[in-house]
Each structure stands twice: as C-alpha cells, then as structure tokens.
Write a protein of this length. Structure first.
Length: 160
C-alpha cells in the first residue's frame, strides 16, 4: 500500500494578463495646476503635441488642488496622478504648499512634480528642489523645455 500523500491537482483560474506599467501610467491623469486658464490651455496643447494619451485635470487654485489630490491617494493608485505640473503662485495655497502636502501623504509622496512658474527667485527654486520636484521651469520659456523634461522623467510613456 502506498502511504505517500495523494497528489493534489490544483485547478487554477487563468487570470487576465496584468496591465503593463506603461498602460497603467498612460491612463492616470496629469494634473495641471495653474491659476492662469491660458497657461493651463497652453500646457494641455503642448502635451497633446507630444501625443500623450493621459487625461488632464486642470485646477486653478491650491485649495482645489489639495481637495482633488487627497481623495486620489485614499482611493488608490489608479486615481493618483501620473504627473503634476504646477505653478508656485496660486490662490489659496501656494504650489510649494501643495508639494509639501504631497510629500507627507501616503500614495502621493512619489508622484513626479514639475514646476512651471514665473516665480524665479532663488529661495522658491531651492525650496522646490528640497521638496523633491523633478524640475523647475520658468514661464514662458520653460514651456519650450517641457518635452525634454518629460522625456527625462523616464516614466513609462513614449514621447514622439
């Protein structure tokens, strides 16, 4: 008599293929936080010329930006923005306040932030980099460098 344990066949359900990281990032929104509606539109236009398929969320002030970001972190990765493009001078809370809050919020602490601002004083630039922004571009000339910066972020999207 064979006393070995009987072999067990495990019927495994075949899972749907996991979504690639690149596809996941392409579905997440790019937040454009700038008080100037024309600047937000210009950024959206530049993103479209780069053929980014991410939806965009335009926000005009710091309070609304924080209200949009916090629930995104609570809901989960699918709602966390792929990227935040941010002005420093905003009504309500400053752009630097937003970056501080993001860095202190689980789920948002690693979201790449690029500052696009007319503010170019050394203290603001230094503080932004201390908080971990990926780049600090001065408007309006910074718009021209945006494509290069996005390529350098090494996010899993393809820029043409």
């Amino acid at each position: 008599m064979d006393r070995r344990a009987p072999s067990v066949l495990v019927d495994r359900a075949v899972d749907a293929p996991e979504e690639s990281n690149a596809n996941h990032v392409r579905r997440r929104a790019i937040f454009i936080i700038d008080a100037d509606a024309d600047a937000r539109q210009d950024i959206e236009t530049r993103l479209a010329t780069l053929r980014l398929t991410n939806p965009t969320v335009g926000l005009a002030d710091g309070e609304h930006a924080l209200q949009a970001l916090r629930p995104a972190a609570e809901i989960g990765l699918a709602r966390v923005p792929a990227l935040v493009l941010l002005d420093v001078e905003l009504p309500g809370r400053s752009g630097l306040d937003i970056v501080r809050a993001m860095r202190e919020t689980i789920g948002l602490e690693n979201v790449p932030v690029v500052v696009l601002s007319a503010v170019d004083d050394a203290a603001s630039v230094t503080e932004a980099y201390r908080l971990g922004v990926r780049s600090y571009l001065v408007k309006p000339t910074g718009f021209d460098a945006l494509a290069s910066i996005l390529r350098d972020l090494d996010l899993p999207w393809s820029l043409t």
